[in-house]
Design a protein around this ligand. Structure first.
Ligand SMILES: [Zn+2]
Length: 256
């Protein structure tokens, strides 16, 4: 529940700032668009609960017995909590970096994850941290489930998930929040908006949604202004977004 209240508080603060001083006026989400996105986020929230239950009943026991068999209780439980959280955050992001890169590399993975739906929005805001296709929840939950259970990390994994979620809200926000110092480690919204570009070469950069260090390590980091976001010149309807795993929009310019 702490996670839910933190997300609501962060969304409220970022939403107020976006209404007060948006980075792009034309991206200001008016009531119908905002409520549509909030509706998608609520569906995604309940979908996350279903996926968490599936992982708990099928995936966690498998990984726990694997950890016990390997005797791999190596996690430094006695380290300061903040150190544990940051270490887990970086490890979870490493796995997400490669999953996300694969989504953009292979057409089949792009389709089966529904990742195109998340890229199809023309006006980004903090609420877009949760405007994903329901199918993608299985992918999004995988890194933290794998790292948390396999390493026996304990409650610190919750801190890493909270940090990643807050960061995901910030990087989608329609605000001028860029800092070269912070942006050495954390993904800034300028970097992530570039990943949402409708230009293929710009979209295939900055796969790290919360930390940018893995893009720096693996050579996919890029900075610079982004003119337009989306999968193409037009934004598909909500229904078309839902069908994107089956039928790609005809004007898509970034699908692999
Ligand atoms: Zn992406």
């Amino acid at each position: 529940m702490a996670w839910v209240w933190i997300v609501i508080a962060v969304q409220f603060v970022l939403g107020c700032l976006e209404a007060w001083r948006p980075a792009r006026l034309e991206w200001r989400q008016l009531a119908p668009e905002k409520w549509r996105n909030v509706g998608i986020a609520v569906v995604i929230y309940f979908g996350t609960g279903v996926v968490a239950l599936l992982y708990d009943t099928h995936f966690t026991p498998l990984l726990t017995s694997l950890r016990t068999e390997l005797g791999a209780n190596l996690w430094p439980q006695r380290w300061p909590l903040i150190t544990q959280v940051l270490l887990l955050f970086v490890l979870v992001e490493l796995i997400w970096y490669w999953l996300h890169r694969l989504e953009h590399r292979f057409s089949a993975i792009w389709r089966v994850s529904g990742h195109g739906a998340h890229h199809s929005f023309k006006h980004l805001g903090a609420i877009n941290f949760a405007t994903n296709h329901p199918l993608e929840l299985v992918w999004i939950a995988f890194p933290s489930a794998l790292v948390g259970v396999l390493l026996g990390a304990g409650p610190a994994i919750g801190g890493a998930v909270v940090l990643a979620t807050v960061q995901a809200s910030i990087v989608h926000s329609n605000l001028q929040l860029n800092s070269r110092v912070i942006g050495w480690f954390f993904t800034t919204n300028q970097y992530h908006i570039r990943h949402h570009s409708q230009v293929l070469a710009e979209s295939n950069t900055n796969y790290g949604c919360s930390t940018i260090v893995w893009d720096r390590v693996f050579g996919t980091f890029a900075s610079g202004p982004t003119l337009e976001t989306g999968t193409g010149p037009t934004e598909p309807s909500t229904w078309q977004k839902l069908w994107m795993p089956v039928r790609e929009p005809v004007d898509t310019s970034i699908a692999p």
